[in-house]
Design a protein around this ligand. Structure first.
Ligand SMILES: Cc1ncc(COP(=O)(O)O)c(C=O)c1O
Length: 410
């Protein structure tokens, strides 16, 4: 195929003149392809799909009911710009009810069309060429990608098992600290499942103040916290002076496709975000925002979501432990992050989590997501499709049978 006349015109940030010519396949695309192949090669074998990172059910009926009526109201038809007051107020009520955090809805809260877009836009408010964003890895890369789009650099903070999956802030070199403007955190952490502690956040606040860094805490999975009640960064004294927290309606309320979230915290950062956002989109459909108000005012929904994924994670951990996997129920998220096997007894050995994951899907139709960024781990999600608890149990029994035959070596 000949190149289009504009092939030389693509920006360097997406590959310049080489854009569209690479042969590298990204991890999630590889998994999708392997899944399709496993289904085609082994139609007789049920796919045990622990690879999906999305809620497996639709938004609860009370939320859909509000959407159903709001969609027919003419006053909801127009541009929502930076969001309706009712949503900001509902977010502020939610933050007060769940975390005891008091926010001025007019100035300290702004909606976003999903937290992904907020993480994409926040670097625009801070990053000039040469500036640095500190980001934990493995993790959700969006803020880092946009930092680089603006000519900034990403400094990776590995989340290692030996550090209990917290970043080692003391290890950041002085030269990087001087150039760093943003620290992007994500707790409960995807994919490690680690939840933050007050002590950790206190350390983060001290670090941010000492180094004049703005903290962006990605709270997408916050309502999926087990054991301890969910901890918002903004609950910790001083947090509001150093940053913002980005919330999402996706995970805790099963509203993943509805695309809604909010940024809250320091008034000046929220305002800067709103200014950038105003130049990127015109706000989420008002009917969706009103449905989210109903969701936020309903304390039962996140409780039920939490109970469901906690139950599923407990079952998965029991099965995996019986199969020799060293794991325990995570502090949060719907993900289980387990050490990647080194091989299968009497079968192949694996140099990476990617190798292990390819073997599991191709040979045994077990889908997982590999992470080789900071040690070798597999992520198993509890968002598999199962209509009821009996179906969950059947799926767990099949998982156990298949894994026991495999005899993985760690
Ligand atoms: C850690 C993390 N942050 C943010 C997001 C984005 O969520 P949303 O854009 O649906 O709010 C996700 C989605 O998978 C995530 O896992």
């Amino acid at each position: 195929m000949t190149d289009p006349y504009f092939q030389q015109r693509f920006a360097q940030r997406i590959g310049g003149a080489q854009y569209g010519k690479g042969t590298e396949i990204y991890k999630f695309e590889k998994i999708k392809r392997a899944k399709r192949k496993a289904l085609a090669d082994h139609p007789e074998r049920k796919l045990l799909d622990f690879g999906i990172g999305e809620n497996d059910e639709m938004a609860p009926e009370p939320v859909r009911r509000v959407m159903g009526s709001e969609i027919n109201r003419p006053e909801n038809r127009g541009y929502a710009d930076n969001g309706i007051a009712a949503l900001k107020e509902a977010a502020a009520r939610f933050m007060a009810r769940e975390f005891g955090v008091s926010l001025d809805p007019a100035t300290e809260v702004n909606h976003c069309i999903g937290s992904k877009t907020a993480l994409a836009m926040l670097p625009a408010a801070f990053i000039d060429p040469g500036d640095v964003t500190l980001m934990t890895v493995p993790g959700y890369p969006v803020a880092g990608t946009h930092t680089k789009y603006y000519g900034g650099e990403v400094y990776r903070l590995p989340l290692l098992a030996e550090n209990d999956f917290f970043p080692d802030l003391d290890s950041v070199p002085a030269g990087i600290r001087r150039r760093a403007k943003l620290l992007v955190l994500n707790y409960p952490n995807s994919p490690t499942g680690k939840v933050a502690t007050r002590e950790f956040y206190e350390r983060v606040i001290r670090f941010a103040r000492e180094n004049q860094i703005v903290v962006i805490q990605d709270a997408a999975h916050l309502m999926l916290s087990y054991g301890e009640p969910p901890l918002s960064f903004l609950q910790v004294p001083g947090a509001r002076e150093v940053g913002v927290e980005v919330h999402s309606m996706s995970k805790g309320w099963h509203m993943i496709g509805w695309r809604l979230g909010w940024v809250c915290g320091h008034e000046r950062i929220v305002r800067a975000f709103a200014d950038v956002k105003d130049n990127c989109d015109s706000g989420q459909f008002i009917a969706i925002q009103k449905a989210a108000v109903a969701a936020l005012d309903n304390a039962e929904i996140p409780k039920q979501t939490r109970a469901k994924y906690h139950r599923r994670l407990k079952k998965l951990v029991e099965v995996l432990r019986r199969c020799g996997v060293d794991c325990r129920v995570p502090g949060g998220t719907y993900f289980l992050y387990i050490p990647s096997p080194k091989g299968a007894n009497g079968g192949p050995s694996f140099a990476s989590a990617e190798d292990a994951s390819q073997y599991l899907i191709a040979e045994h139709s077990i889908c997982t997501v590999p992470w080789d960024d900071a040690g070798h781990f597999l992520r198993l999600s509890a968002t598999y499709e199962a209509a009821d608890e009996a179906a969950e149990d059947a799926l767990m029994a099949e998982t156990e049978t298949r894994l026991k035959k495999l005899r993985l070596v760690f």
